[in-house]
Ligand binder design. Structure first.
Ligand code: C5P
Length: 207
């Protein structure tokens, strides 16, 4: 099945960086066997730069969006409550907030749900990030997952803007530098690792 990553030959991991704007990477991204997107990523209106296909959508409760039929929802469980939320979002809808309001219900293919092993997240934080940042970003976790499961991995949409803002390709979020200040994620360290993986030939990094 498409769910089986042992079948994954080529994989595009698409981060949400504003660097994608004007890139015209859409066709290239869509040409991969698997296309991984994440959080509030959208394609409508941005097809030329980001493509149209999604096979797997990585998210956590605070970044959840409804998915089209056939797309795998991959939960990135940053905290135990995230697992409870997933169960709730497909049934009673009782969990309406975590540290902020979250979607009580999610529209997605129930039979295609995957949950990233929390131990895998810890492994990334310990061994790859040397515990820089409080935990890895969704994009970095998705990329590392792809590296461990697919033969050929291409990374798109990673990297801050020239002023260090964590910008998105679909909006002008000028105050997006918060992660740098709060230290939740270490964007600089993550990008350095991605560059290193590219130099070592373990991934193709499309800038
Ligand atoms: O902002 P968000 O977390 O939804 O973006 C998804 C992922 O894309 C991030 O976790 C990060 O790995 C990557 N990203 C990036 N540079 C940006 C925006 C996002 O590397 N400017």
């Amino acid at each position: 099945t498409a769910q089986d990553f042992s079948q994954c030959g080529t994989c595009a991991v698409v981060g949400n960086s504003g660097r994608l704007k004007g890139s015209k990477y859409g066709k290239k991204i869509d040409s991969h066997h698997f296309v991984l997107r994440m959080n509030t990523a959208q394609t409508a209106g941005f097809e030329e730069d980001v493509g149209t296909r999604t096979t797997h959508h990585f998210m956590y409760p605070e970044s959840a969006v409804n998915l089209h039929a056939g797309v795998h929802l991959v939960l990135v469980p940053f905290k135990p409550l995230d697992l409870k939320w997933l169960a709730s979002a497909f049934s009673s809808g009782e969990i309406k907030r975590t540290y902020q309001r979250v979607k009580p219900f999610i529209e997605a293919d129930k039979s295609k749900v995957l949950i990233l092993n929390p131990a895998f997240l810890k492994y990334i934080h310990d061994k790859w990030m040397k515990r820089f940042g409080r935990y890895p970003s969704t994009g970095f976790a998705s990329l590392l997952f792809a590296i461990h499961t697919c033969k050929q991995v291409s990374a798109f949409g990673f990297g801050a803007d020239s002023r260090g803002n964590w910008h998105h390709y679909w909006e002008k979020n000028r105050y997006a530098g918060a992660f740098r200040r709060t230290g939740v994620h270490n964007a600089t360290f993550e990008l350095a690792l991605i560059e290193k993986l590219a130099v070592e030939g373990r991934i193709s990094f499309y800038k």
